[in-house]
Design a binder for this molecule. Structure first.
Ligand code: ATP
Length: 195
């Protein structure tokens, strides 16, 4: 099975692109969503996360995300420790998911692929890019957040040019229509490459 990674900076349009691939019946695994589900569901993860962050990490068995975000923010060491707990579990869950798919290739959508070196685990990588101003505007329209918060997240992510150099495909997400065309074209190439 060919494994394709799909990534991009905050608000670049990863989910939008992933949904376009789903429209072409490509199975997509949304790593960040699955990670959050596993952090709620898995007793082992709960125990380890509580050991790292304290009992307040969960409220009524639900991950206390604002608390965790405040702890992790600007604390690279804690972030790395949390990733070391969560990533292997998501990795195993993904491997099981892959075994249940019947398609020439599958996509794993994840915000972080380059930053944590996991790009080596993929056969191909697609990076979605969009200019910072457009991303900012789109996120502000979608989320209840501030420019300052978005900028802080952007600062912690690799710049697009660095990701582009290591990618097999790049989608420049300007208009929905044009992005769908780029997805169609990459899909055709991936079908050929997967055979
Ligand atoms: P995040 O990193 O926050 O998870 P993302 O990379 O998954 O974001 P999307 O959620 O796909 O990005 O897109 C961000 C927002 O921008 C969404 O509300 C989406 O509908 C909108 N959007 C995506 N692409 C375009 C586009 N080409 N034109 C206008 N709006 C867009």
């Amino acid at each position: 099975m060919t494994i394709v990674g799909l990534t991009g900076g905050i608000g670049s349009g990863k989910t939008t692109v992933a949904n376009f691939f789903e429209d072409l019946r490509v199975p997509v695994y949304f790593a960040d969503i699955e990670a959050k589900k596993l952090m709620n569901r898995s007793k082992v993860l709960q125990r380890k996360i509580k050991a790292l962050f304290g009992e307040e990490a969960y409220v009524n068995n639900e991950l206390n995300r604002p608390y965790l975000a405040s702890k992790i923010f600007n604390n690279e060491n804690l972030l790395q420790k949390m990733n070391a707990i969560v990533h292997p579990k998501v990795g195993k869950h993904f491997d099981r998911w892959v075994k249940n798919q019947n398609a020439p290739y599958v996509i794993k959508e994840a915000a972080v692929i380059f930053e944590n070196d996991s790009y080596k685990n993929y056969d191909f990588i697609i990076t979605v890019v969009a200019d910072k101003k457009a991303r900012m505007k789109r996120i502000l329209k979608r989320d209840l957040t501030t420019q300052q918060k978005i900028k802080a997240i952007m600062k912690n992510q690799w710049v697009d040019s660095k990701k582009v150099r290591l990618s097999d495909f790049v989608i420049n997400n300007k208009s929905f229509e044009n992005t769908r065309e780029q997805v169609d074209s990459i899909h055709r190439k991936l079908l050929n490459l997967s055979n």
